[in-house]
Design a protein around this ligand. Structure first.
Ligand code: TYD
Length: 252
């Protein structure tokens, strides 16, 4: 993959399944670097419109290829308007999701060909790869618990359309199975991707782990299960180990 030329600028992508805590970690890392955090989908004005099309559960579902192309369009705009200029100015940039998310969600999750997607994301990004992808990894039970805790307390589910229901076995384990009851997430708070079932989310997590395994130079896996501060220290340590200290030093 061609790399866009740049000097001291570095691109760091926080990746992981929904509910893994990567948005919090992206924000903390950006604060520690003294830079604003950006993210996908929706890091530009056009991207915010694309995000609505992609995630609004009130809109009809799009096909996997359409979804991949819209994610790629969002990325192309993000690179052109935000990431590229910042990197050219020599800044370190933290993005909440980047190309790895397309490979994991549209490839491993939706079942599109990962090799073809690699070409697509590279083309969309003009060859700009993240210098480091930090995968904040948590198991699905914890990710679900954290999604349930977002904004609202977990509470009994609002009735969801039948098409949005999780597989019955996943939502309510058989009595006496010993598995903890899955936390319920308010349906109206879930975007279209959040509503995907456990099989999809498991495939996405395994996809991220496979991507990290295949490219240990550009990927690092951080255990996201601990308290926020502990994970933040691990993220920062991983960044320092791989990329060194930022030109302006760490803020705190
Ligand atoms: P994100 O903004 O991280 O989720 P939230 O703010 O709801 O926590 O991402 C929105 C969703 O978009 C998320 O489910 C992952 C998905 N996504 C893809 O499927 N492919 C992509 O290339 C990207 C960037 C995101």
């Amino acid at each position: 993959m061609r790399r866009a030329p740049r000097g001291t600028g570095r691109l760091i992508a926080l990746e992981g399944v929904d509910g893994c805590g990567k948005s919090t970690q992206a924000r903390l890392l950006a604060q520690a670097l003294g830079v604003p955090v950006t993210g996908e989908p929706g890091g530009t004005p056009v991207g915010r419109s694309l995000r609505t099309v992609l995630l609004d559960p009130a809109l009809p579902e799009v096909s996997p290829r359409t979804e991949a192309l819209l994610m790629a369009a969002d990325r192309a705009e993000h690179v052109a308007r935000v990431l590229g200029p910042a990197l050219e100015a020599g800044q370190w940039v933290v993005t909440d999701r980047y190309s790895g998310s397309t490979l994991a969600y549209q490839g491993f999750g939706r079942g599109l060909d990962v090799g073809e997607l690699e070409w697509l994301v590279s083309w969309a990004a003009g060859g700009l790869e993240a210098d480091l992808n930090v995968l904040v990894d948590v198991d699905l039970a914890l990710a679900t618990e954290r999604m349930a805790g977002r904004g609202d307390r977990p509470q009994p589910p609002a009735p969801a359309p039948a098409s949005d229901r999780r597989p019955a076995g996943a939502a309510v384990p058989a009595a006496g199975s010993g598995r903890p009851r899955r936390p319920q997430v308010r349906a109206e708070r879930l975007d279209r991707m959040d509503r995907l079932d456990d099989g999809f989310r498991r495939a996405v997590r395994q996809g991220f782990l496979a991507l990290a395994d295949a490219d240990p130079i550009r990927w690092v896996v951080v255990d996201g299960a601990g308290p926020v501060d502990q994970v933040a220290r691990a993220v920062r340590q991983a960044v320092t180990d791989r990329l060194g200290d930022p030109p302006g030093g760490w803020r705190r």
